[in-house]
Write a protein that binds this ligand. Structure first.
Ligand SMILES: Cc1ncc(C[n+]2csc(CCOP(=O)(O)OP(=O)(O)O)c2C)c(N)n1
Ligand SMILES: [Mg+2]
Length: 345
């Protein structure tokens, strides 16, 4: 690590032991992950049925990252994510109904049907998207944190999620540099799932230590197992507390893995099936459920309740999306600020 603050490396690793937590807290984190998993499994199915179209990038396998972080955020904190952001939107408080309607392209969706899967957005939840452009969330996060600083809103944190592929972008370095130079309260969360589409990190980067890259820009850093929700939580709680207290940035890398293809169009020729199967033995949901059972903090009835609650929420969300409406064609140019003749006067 660099810097002088307490960091995730110094997090009390005993806190990954479930019994160190309230039972309700552990069950809530399990429920968070189950809600994301079931929603996305249904999205994949609906995609196959042609109800959801366009791009669809699933977070399946990576749920512990979001589940370990969002429970530490306050309503006034701001969040930005990538095109793999369905779970982030859900845990930030965007309703499953509004997410599903957006997936369908219906105007009842959180982006009024104009964004789709990659552009979930909800100002009321301080969820600033979903972004299709690799790395594009980072400068926006810096801008939001700069606004907080200039307006004297002390104690706010802006959390910016991005994949390890973003470190190849110049804007990654520019954003980290400015955040460190101007002492901005941004938590940069790198979800390192080993691949950027089909490109493994070592095929595109000479320096594969992402924390070394962040440290080079003057940020304190930490890294942790992103498949274990309590480990993520332990690291995130310290990192968020640091950013909130010190009002300066922190870089946190989570080691994780996506179980599904990059998107719905990906033959996965860059990794072998055994590798995927190996990672599945670290499934964050199954492993956490097993851990809780071993600690006698979860029984069959409770697990069933969590599953049923997710299923009911999902059924209601799909019904809501099905019943939604398409935006009338007359509204095509509403919110379009520039036309062929330039900006509207
Ligand atoms: C600026 C830019 N370049 C290229 C792309 C095409 N692209 C889409 S996803 C992706 C891979 C990003 O990988 P990573 O950041 O690791 O995120 P992951 O998909 O693994 O979550 C690329 C290169 C893009 N969307 N934006
Ligand atoms: Mg990646």
């Amino acid at each position: 690590m660099s810097g002088t603050a307490a960091t995730p490396e110094s997090a009390d690793l005993a806190s990954i032991e479930p019994r160190r937590h309230e039972r309700a807290f552990c069950l809530a984190r399990l429920a968070d992950m189950v809600r994301i998993r079931r929603m996305e499994e249904r999205c994949a199915q609906l995609y196959g049925e042609g109800k959801i179209r366009g791009f669809l990038h699933l977070y399946i396998g990576e749920e512990a990252v979001a589940a370990g972080i969002f429970c530490e955020l306050k309503p006034e904190d701001k969040v930005l994510a990538t095109y793999r952001e369905h779970g982030h939107a859900l845990l930030r408080g965007v309703s499953m109904k509004a997410i599903m309607a957006e997936m369908f392209g219906k105007q009842e969706g959180c982006s009024r049907g104009r964004g789709g899967s990659m552009h979930l957005f909800d100002k009321a939840c301080n969820f600033y998207g979903g972004n299709a452009i690799v790395g594009a969330g980072l400068p926006s996060a810096v801008g939001l944190a700069l606004a907080d600083q200039m307006l004297g809103r002390k104690g706010c944190v802006t959390v910016c999620f991005f994949g390890e592929g973003a470190v190849a972008e110049g804007v990654f370095h520019e954003s980290l540099n400015l955040a460190a130079l101007w002492q901005l309260p941004v938590l940069f969360v790198c979800e390192n799932n080993l691949y950027a589409m089909g490109t493994a990190l070592a095929r595109s980067e000479a320096q594969i230590s992402l924390t070394a890259k962040a440290a080079a820009q003057g940020l304190p850093t930490g890294h942790i197992n992103g498949m274990n929700v309590l480990a993520v939580h332990a690291a995130a709680a310290q990192a968020i507390a640091f950013v909130r207290r010190e009002q300066r940035p922190f870089f946190l890398e989570l080691h994780t893995y996506r179980f599904r293809a990059h998107s719905m169009f990906d033959a996965e020729l860059y990794r072998d099936k055994q590798e995927v199967e190996r990672w599945k033995t670290h499934d964050p949901i199954a492993c956490f459920a097993a851990q809780l059972r071993a600690a006698e903090m979860l029984n069959d009835v409770e697990l069933q309740q969590i599953e049923q609650a997710a299923e009911q929420e999902l059924e209601a969300a799909v019904r809501f999306a099905e019943a939604g409406s398409w935006e009338p064609v007359e509204q095509m140019f509403v919110d379009v600020v520039a036309g062929p003749a330039g900006p509207k006067s």
